[in-house]
Design a protein around this ligand. Structure first.
Ligand code: CA
Length: 229
């Protein structure tokens, strides 16, 4: 699946150029032109990486960075203007993963993006663990934690939940879920998925108003993140 990059930059020509290059490299992208929009898109788009300009309308890059760091470890590369050397250090201290000085070569930016995402990929492989409000899905220890308490969950249920929650808001058909969670060799029917979803719901109903396991009628299921929560 394509990695998602959120580009936060108020200079339209730079944003457009970066957007173009990242798209060409196969990344899925969104652009925010101010700090408020950045946080809004951050929550709905769930990027794997944020490219974050510092001087922005509404809310500056520092504020956006620390807001994201309140809850998430999502990699952030700061885009700093020439001469903002003190800010580089500050940015790394505030939880930015890297910085790049404007004006930059696209080649350099892409190299940084690749490097940060490669590190992220290694980390994800090491810790197959997803965290949401009141919910931890750990595929290393095969444990489900709901509001801080361990809840006994059969492996397939946990794998199904992990699969859905790895791509929030994406709708999966029952057949996709059978293929991707149970495997192509599985001869069960799509009712199997329904039964597992039902059992998961019994464990997760009402736990948080920030996410839910949704039925998309006539299509399938999704792990929905509520952007207004
Ligand atoms: Ca700017």
């Amino acid at each position: 699946m394509a990695r998602k990059v959120l580009i936060v930059e108020d200079e339209a020509n730079i944003a457009e150029l970066v957007n173009l290059y990242l798209k060409k490299e196969g990344y899925e992208t969104m652009v925010a032109g101010d700090g408020g929009k950045a946080l809004e898109l951050y929550r709905s788009f769930r990027p794997d990486l944020v490219l974050l300009d510092i001087m922005l309308p509404v809310m500056d890059g520092w504020a956006v960075c620390s807001k994201i760091r309140e809850t998430d470890k999502t990699p952030i590369i700061m885009l700093t203007a020439k001469g903002e050397t003190i800010d580089k250090v500050a940015g790394l201290e505030m939880g930015a993963d890297d910085y790049i000085v404007k004006p930059f070569e696209m080649k350099e930016l892409l190299a940084r993006v690749h490097a940060v995402l490669r590190r992220l990929g290694d980390e994800e492989e090491r810790t197959r663990r997803l965290t949401f409000d009141g919910l931890v899905i750990n595929l290393d220890s095969y444990e489900l934690e709901v509001r801080g308490k361990r809840v006994d969950t059969p492996p397939k249920e946990l794998e199904l939940l992990f699969h859905l929650a790895s791509s929030p808001n994406r709708v999966f058909t029952r057949n996709q879920l059978l293929d991707e969670v149970w495997g192509f060799d599985y001869f069960g029917d799509s009712r199997t998925v329904d039964v597992h979803i039902k059992r998961l719901r019994e464990k997760l109903e009402g736990v948080s108003d920030q996410w839910s396991l949704k039925t998309v009628w006539g299509v399938g299921y999704k792990f929905e993140l509520h952007t207004n929560a």
